[in-house]
Design a protein around this ligand. Structure first.
Ligand code: NI
Length: 167
């Protein structure tokens, strides 16, 4: 089992834009395995490769309570967004911070799976929110960047204080 270190906001590496995966290989599948183990151990419901400092378009998600519905999205593209929903989000790169974000409540996404096969998925609710949150990561965007500048400043100060207290 390989747990990968998760980079924390406001680390500038979280703002790198991920490149598409050219070919899904054994190495990609090894990375996906490590990413999902890292996500489950955290514990979290989603992880983008950006968060482990790999700037390729790979996302793992499992929003099930039983942690046995792993979904893999390689080179994901959002085809449709519909509706509006506000929900509370958190992020493994922004520990201890939960804030309400407005997003679409239905999403249609196309991606490759771990075997390099194209699939489409229509999602709503928590899964739809999670897909948008993780695809944001691949584009170099952290969820707190949907919030006001004042809130972002407060969150950065709070995280700085947390880090000082854990040293
Ligand atoms: Ni996140």
């Amino acid at each position: 089992m390989a747990l990968l270190p998760i980079i924390k906001y406001p680390d500038p590496r979280l703002h790198k834009v991920a490149k598409p995966v050219a070919a899904v290989t054994q190495q990609t599948r090894k990375l996906i395995k490590d990413m999902s183990e890292t996500m489950y151990a955290a514990p979290g419901i989603g992880l983008a490769a950006t968060q482990i400092d790999v700037h390729e378009q790979i996302v793992v998600i499992d929003v099930s309570e039983t942690h046995d519905e792993l979904r893999v999205f390689i080179n994901p593209v959002i085809l449709e967004l519909d509706g509006v929903e506000e929900s509370e989000e958190g992020c493994l790169s922004v520990p201890g911070i939960y804030e309400t974000v407005k997003r679409a409540n239905r999403v249609k996404v196309q991606a490759l799976n771990e075997n390099g096969e194209t699939f489409q998925l229509e999602a709503d609710g928590l899964l739809a929110v999670c897909i948008q949150h993780e695809i944001d990561h691949l584009q170099g965007k952290v969820f707190v960047e949907h919030l006001s500048h004042l809130k972002q400043t407060r969150i950065r100060a709070k995280l700085k204080k947390q880090r000082r207290e854990t040293l």
